[in-house]
Design a protein around this ligand. Sequence first.
Ligand code: FES
Length: 331
Amino acid sequence: MSNEIELIKDPGLPAHVHRQADIDPVAAARAERQVAILFMLSALGTLLLIFSYFFISEETFIFIPVLGQTNAHQLGLGMGMAIALFCIGAGLIHWAKTLMPDEEVVAQRHEFRSEDEDRSDFVKTVKEGAASAGLGRRPLIKRTLGAALGLSALSPLILLRDLGPLPGDELSKTSWKAGTRLVTDPGDRPLRPEDLEVGAVAQTLPELPAGEDHRSLADIGKDAVLLIRLRPEEFNLDAERLSWTHEGIIAFSKICSHMGCAVALYEQQTKHLLCPCHQSTFDVTRAAKVIFGPAARPLPQLAITVDADGYLVAQAPFNEPVGPSFWERSS
Ligand code: FES
């Protein structure tokens, strides 16, 4: 038996096969046009999305075989975005496969941190690669890619519009005005003081203005007020806050001043209101002063009285924003 060890020679990389576009200028020009067409299709896809968004009504339906009656607005949005994204991706892949440098490179393993010389060589190679990618030499691709990328960036900006208008200072205003009646929720029945027994609590809303027959969910959230009836002597309020109550009935915004949850629990024994989210606790006898939890300020108090017909009404709007404290800071 022979002691000789037969060394197997590393076969190395297979011979490089040139692509058609590497050796044939006509094929290269054709590939360039194909890439440009894909980028232009991408731009058209974005234009279709924009057109559908602004000019096709959401109520427009068209019949499409297989799909049946289809909402043209949504179809245009979906098709436009799909075409824009697909074609820009396909164009980049086609460009890389047909026109970008195509050379096999062997790199030896080395220490994690390269020599300074290697690092500067790398930077040089990247720059040369960027130059050889041909952007400078292929203005058609450069222009169509710029148009496709620029337009595709518009799509998310346009769709942001669907998040609705900016709230401005809307969050800091409620529907309560001087003379607005307090009505039951649900039921919209105007309340009189005698509707609440001592110890009772009720959720109320402002009466709808004449001619309006519904309120938005946002308004319900902002306007909800808790009415609580104590014995007048149980209050520990200054003269002004006491004048905002009526015969032992006191009114607070129902939105927690911490992060806006509904303050939904009332402990009749302790006369505390509790927020279920993070356990902020408000003392009703002391104008909803915070006695526990993360809330930074009391629940806003609504000044109430009765009108000439004996119904409970607001004396004035809230004198501070309702809800989380950051609304107040931003106003
Ligand atoms: S939202 Fe009420 S305690 Fe946090």
